[in-house]
Design a protein around this ligand. Structure first.
Ligand SMILES: *[C@@H]1O[C@H](CO)[C@@H](O)[C@H](O)[C@H]1NC(C)=O
Ligand SMILES: *[C@@H]1O[C@H](CO)[C@@H](O)[C@H](O)[C@H]1NC(C)=O
Ligand SMILES: *[C@@H]1O[C@H](CO)[C@@H](O)[C@H](O)[C@H]1NC(C)=O
Ligand SMILES: *[C@@H]1O[C@H](CO)[C@@H](O)[C@H](O)[C@H]1NC(C)=O
Ligand SMILES: *[C@@H]1O[C@H](CO)[C@@H](O)[C@H](O)[C@H]1NC(C)=O
Ligand SMILES: *[C@@H]1O[C@H](CO)[C@@H](O)[C@H](O)[C@H]1NC(C)=O
Ligand SMILES: *[C@@H]1O[C@H](CO)[C@@H](O)[C@H](O)[C@H]1NC(C)=O
Ligand SMILES: *[C@@H]1O[C@H](CO)[C@@H](O)[C@H](O)[C@H]1NC(C)=O
Ligand SMILES: *[C@@H]1O[C@H](CO)[C@@H](O)[C@H](O)[C@H]1NC(C)=O
Ligand SMILES: CC(=O)N[C@H]1CO[C@H](CO)[C@@H](O)[C@@H]1O
Length: 430
């Protein structure tokens, strides 16, 4: 009798815990009914794989909704309809929280306040939007310790008028050529924040990682590899910054390529960009700027500040790139301190179009290859006074010139000023 009482007591205790800890979802019917109709329950617990064949868009109206698994391996939500939106979280859902789960499906978020992915394998795309602009800029998407794998359709992660914080996560691209994995859009007034730390992007030689239009972008301690961009999207290999303020620190770019400008990074009409402690391995463009290209056709100056840059090129392609190091077009102010580069192929190392102000210091470049009418620095198409370039403490070692006609190895300039303080070692002409 005592034992039975004790068991009964234990049983009610477990029941209480269950109520406190939300509701168990065991199958498709549970999931669909509760997501659509349950207005009270906040926590949905998933313990096994739940396959959802229902093709209708689910639309919860729960203020604070948590979908939580036991582990990513055991707890799986798997939508079979994988080429359109599966769940739409409208503005009634203020806070959405996914944790310890594998989620296969596509999500749409409209006017919510907080979205969190914590320890999630996410195989799908999502679209997150605030339909209002310039009002509330405190809403945040958090992506922590998660793996995001894009399904093989032409849609990535779209984030409009949200702040987003990505931490210790991995993003894997798909087989769609010329697509952005993440598209981040804000406005001048709202200036949302995108923060990326300790995160890995793999563009699968098809996708570009990041497109940011307005906003303040911080990328730390991360890697961008195998990214590709082309002539349709007209962006940089891994990253395209438009109208942004950005900071990139302790980041590696590896095997990125653009058929447009900027092998790894394209700056287009940006306000400022600060790039510190960054490696570029095998980063190339077929047009301009193997590491980065800065294009500005605006009234204000784009200010690009770089320090501690390492570049190691791979001379496997034959492009006559405008800037095997970088290129500048328009009224940019570019300063670069402490640069080391090796294997720079095959165009002008630094190409300056228009009236840029370029200041290089502690600059070491080794094994520079020319195949065409190339120079170490080439300036062209001056707007008013031409560019103003200064180089302090510069060492250039081994320029290999393979061209049948006359070409100036160091500088080609048709207006403006260049001031060199340098040591040149070994120019080889063949
Ligand atoms: C939403 O639910 C989660 C999990 O129970 C909780 O941590 C969080 O504080 C809740 N947020 C709000 C705004 O109620
Ligand atoms: C959103 O998150 C912030 C902090 O991250 C918190 O202060 C706020 O209460 C959350 N809002 C909701 C609706 O959960
Ligand atoms: C969708 O699911 C089907 C069947 O599982 C699969 O063959 C197809 O590759 C999936 N599509 C995408 C875009 O993942
Ligand atoms: C929100 O916008 C205001 C100006 O409208 C700006 O001062 C503030 O820094 C912004 N906050 C965030 C988190 O972006
Ligand atoms: C990431 O970057 C920030 C800012 O540079 C730095 O403070 C932090 O220590 C870094 N984290 C790791 C794990 O390196
Ligand atoms: C740079 O980032 C890597 C991760 O990519 C990290 O291991 C390392 O500690 C970071 N270094 C600094 C100085 O932050
Ligand atoms: C550099 O890129 C080429 C293709 O252009 C590739 O074959 C090679 O493996 C890359 N090298 C390194 C060191 O990653
Ligand atoms: C380019 O990459 C290939 C493959 O990784 C390598 O064999 C070759 O040595 C590299 N070339 C240079 C110049 O680094
Ligand atoms: C310059 O080239 C010569 C002949 O190839 C070589 O012996 C010498 O070491 C080179 N100097 C430097 C500083 O690389
Ligand atoms: C330098 C580099 O890694 N180039 C590769 C970039 O990606 C394209 C395909 O997207 C490859 O063809 C290049 O070899």
């Amino acid at each position: 009798m005592y034992i039975i009482l004790k068991l009964f007591y234990l049983f009610s205790f477990i029941r209480i815990i269950r109520i406190v800890n939300g509701i168990d979802i065991n199958n498709e019917k549970d999931f669909v009914e509760n997501i659509n109709n349950n207005k009270k329950e906040q926590i949905f617990r998933i313990h096994n794989e739940i396959i959802i064949n229902d093709k209708d868009i689910l639309s919860p109206s729960i203020k604070n909704i948590t979908i939580i698994g036991s582990t990513k391996e055991e707890s799986i939500i798997n939508f079979k309809n994988n080429d359109s939106i599966n769940i739409l979280f409208s503005k009634y859902c203020q806070s959405i929280f996914l944790k310890d789960i594998t989620f296969i499906g596509n999500l749409q978020f409209i006017d919510n306040q907080n979205i969190t992915f914590n320890n999630v394998n996410y195989n799908g795309y999502y679209i997150a939007e605030h339909t209002y602009e310039d009002e509330d800029n405190n809403s945040e998407i958090k992506v922590y310790d998660s793996n995001f794998i894009l399904p093989n359709i032409r849609q990535g992660y779209e984030i409009k008028n949200w702040n987003i914080d990505i931490f210790r996560s991995n993003f894997y691209g798909n087989n769609q050529h010329e697509m952005y994995m993440i598209k981040f859009k804000s406005t001048l007034e709202q200036s949302n924040i995108l923060k990326i730390d300790q995160t890995f992007f793999d563009g699968n030689f098809h996708n570009s990682a990041l497109h940011c239009d307005y906003g303040s972008i911080n990328v730390y301690n991360s890697t961008f590899q195998k990214c590709y961009n082309g002539d349709n999207l007209k962006g940089g290999g891994a990253i395209s910054f438009l109208n942004t303020i950005s900071l990139i620190r302790n980041v590696t770019f590896e095997n990125n390529y653009s058929d447009f400008a900027g092998g790894s990074i394209l700056h287009e009409n940006v306000y400022t960009s600060n790039i510190d402690s960054v490696n570029f391995y095998n980063s190339s463009s077929s047009i301009s700027g193997n590491t980065f290209a800065t294009i500005n056709n605006n009234q204000y100056n784009s200010e690009i500040e770089l320090s501690n840059i390492y570049q190691y090129g791979n001379c496997t392609n034959n492009y006559n790139v405008e800037g095997s190091i970088f290129s500048s077009s328009g009224s940019n102010i570019i300063t670069m301190d402490n640069y080391h580069g090796k294997n720079l192929c095959y165009g002008d190392a630094i190409n300056v179009e228009g009236d840029g102000k370029i200041k290089l210091s502690n600059f070491f470049a080794e094994d520079i290859y020319y195949k065409f009418e190339n120079s170490f620095i080439k300036t062209h198409s001056p707007q008013t006074k031409g560019p103003d370039i200064s180089i302090m403490n510069c060492l250039i070692k081994n320029i290999y010139q393979n061209y049948n006609f006359y070409s100036a190895a160091l500088t080609t300039i048709n207006m403006g000023t260049i001031r060199f303080e340098l040591y040149i070692l070994n120019i080889t002409t063949s």
